[in-house]
Ligand binder design. Structure first.
Ligand SMILES: Nc1ncnc2c1ncn2[C@@H]1O[C@H](COP(=O)(O)OP(=O)(O)O)[C@@H](O)[C@H]1O
Ligand SMILES: [Mg+2]
Length: 396
């Protein structure tokens, strides 16, 4: 059977690049498709030579091409875009971020004469990045901050595992790791590469179907960074405004514990943010978590619910041991007048998964922890976006 060239092009063009979260065809990353009898020859045009996940992309292309009737062999050749093509890609991504024609809508070859081939930004140097479309009121993206009163309660673990559960439920998910006191998300998620920088754009790094931008990518490993308010504000603005997040369903933000500058900055930039508050079952943790929830409300962020972590440990005989007491999540939820959205048990595999960078939902998909995060993901989705953002709340 002869191979249908158009069908082959469509199949290859539909392969998604995980970091851009965009089909190769729309990203203009298919440099050419040729058929020689039963052999498909595909040129993969990388935006930069050090593009992450090349082997994975080769495999995805081979899989997609093999499905086309008549294809028996696939050869993928890798090329690198020239400056003009790279610059055109950056411009298209920028345009879609600003809410202009989506790369998804504006598929096909570049329209002659309309492309901006200059490598300068769409906003001048020193100016704030424009608010990306996904942060605007009419966007479908839910921005969900995950906060806690203090460190060590499992905020990052909840963020990462909830993200993986949402991705497994078919959602497009990003994480902004904004916890300046400990950038743990890339490691927990097993991100093995830095984000690619295209001109003035940051392409989030992805792993396990979740895209991440972390402040940790931009600071040396062994040097503690003292972030001052204005610097932090600028960094957060850039990670929201200069990162190509595309069109995620949910952007989770791993917030720093407590109520400092970062929370304030995020509240200013992400006027639509919803908040989850993570706590452990003991009363002391609950009191500090309450302070952070009240602070979020003062900033008029919509607190949607409480997640209790380390709720119990299940013994071999099925007995629940409540190592950290009980009821903290429920009573915090009652005090805040929001629902307790989920309880996550203490599971050694969860910590191990975080240490090796393969979240527990993937190492033990049928286990107790994975089930807890699947349930939390469903609850969060069924809750729907907050209807009224920036509602005035009386706190006193
Ligand atoms: N439910 C859990 N079961 C087992 N270990 C957990 C659980 N939640 C968190 N941990 C572990 O506790 C430590 C602190 O969690 P982390 O998510 O880094 O907290 P935070 O972000 O609040 O500082 C990590 O080593 C993590 O693997
Ligand atoms: Mg953390």
């Amino acid at each position: 059977m002869a191979v249908d060239q158009l069908r082959l092009e469509a199949a290859v063009g539909a392969v998604v690049d995980p970091d851009l979260d965009l089909a190769l065809g729309l990203a203009h990353m298919v440099g050419g498709v040729r058929v020689r009898r039963h052999r498909a020859e595909v040129v993969l045009a990388l935006p930069v030579a050090a593009w992450p996940g090349i082997d994975d992309l080769r495999r995805r292309i081979a899989e997609a091409a093999t499905v086309v009737p008549g294809v028996e062999e696939v050869a993928v050749e890798v090329a690198v875009m020239d400056d003009a093509a790279r610059s055109a890609l950056r411009t298209r991504l920028r345009r879609s971020m600003a809410g202009g024609p989506d790369p998804e809508a504006a598929a096909g070859p570049a329209h002659g004469g309309h492309e901006d081939h200059g490598d300068h930004g769409d906003h001048g140097h020193g100016q704030a990045a424009p608010v990306p479309a996904f942060l605007r009121a009419d966007s479908k993206t839910r921005v969900v901050g995950v906060s806690s009163g203090k460190g060590g309660v499992g905020k990052s673990s909840v963020t990462v595992n909830l993200a993986v559960a949402l991705a497994r439920a078919g959602k497009r998910v990003g994480i902004l790791d904004a916890d300046v006191y400990g950038f743990s998300v890339p490691k927990m998620l097993g991100v093995d590469h830095d984000p690619v920088i295209l001109g003035d754009l940051v392409v989030p790094a992805s792993a396990h179907g979740v895209r991440v931008v972390s402040m940790g990518f931009f600071v040396p490993d062994d040097q503690p960074v003292i972030w001052r308010g204005p610097m932090l504000h600028k960094a957060i603005e850039q990670f929201l405004g200069d990162a190509y997040w595309g069109d995620p369903d949910v952007l989770l933000v791993d917030m720093p514990p407590g109520t400092g500058d970062v929370t304030l900055s995020l509240a200013q930039v992400m006027t639509r943010a919803e908040m989850l508050v993570v706590t452990t079952p003991q009363p002391a943790a609950q009191r500090v978590a309450q302070r952070s929830a009240f602070a979020a409300r003062k900033l008029k962020l919509s607190v949607r619910g409480v997640v209790e972590n380390m709720s119990w440990f299940t013994g071999d005989d099925g007995t629940h041991y409540e190592l950290f007491g009980r009821g903290g999540g429920q009573s915090l939820a009652e005090e805040l007048g929001v629902p307790l959205l989920g309880q996550v048990p203490l599971v050694p595999a969860l910590r191990e998964g975080g240490d090796v960078g393969v979240p527990v939902a993937l190492t033990d998909p049928g286990g107790e922890a994975a089930a807890a995060f699947d349930a939390l993901a469903q609850t969060l989705l069924s809750l729907g976006p907050a209807r009224v953002y920036r509602r005035e709340l009386s706190l006193q």
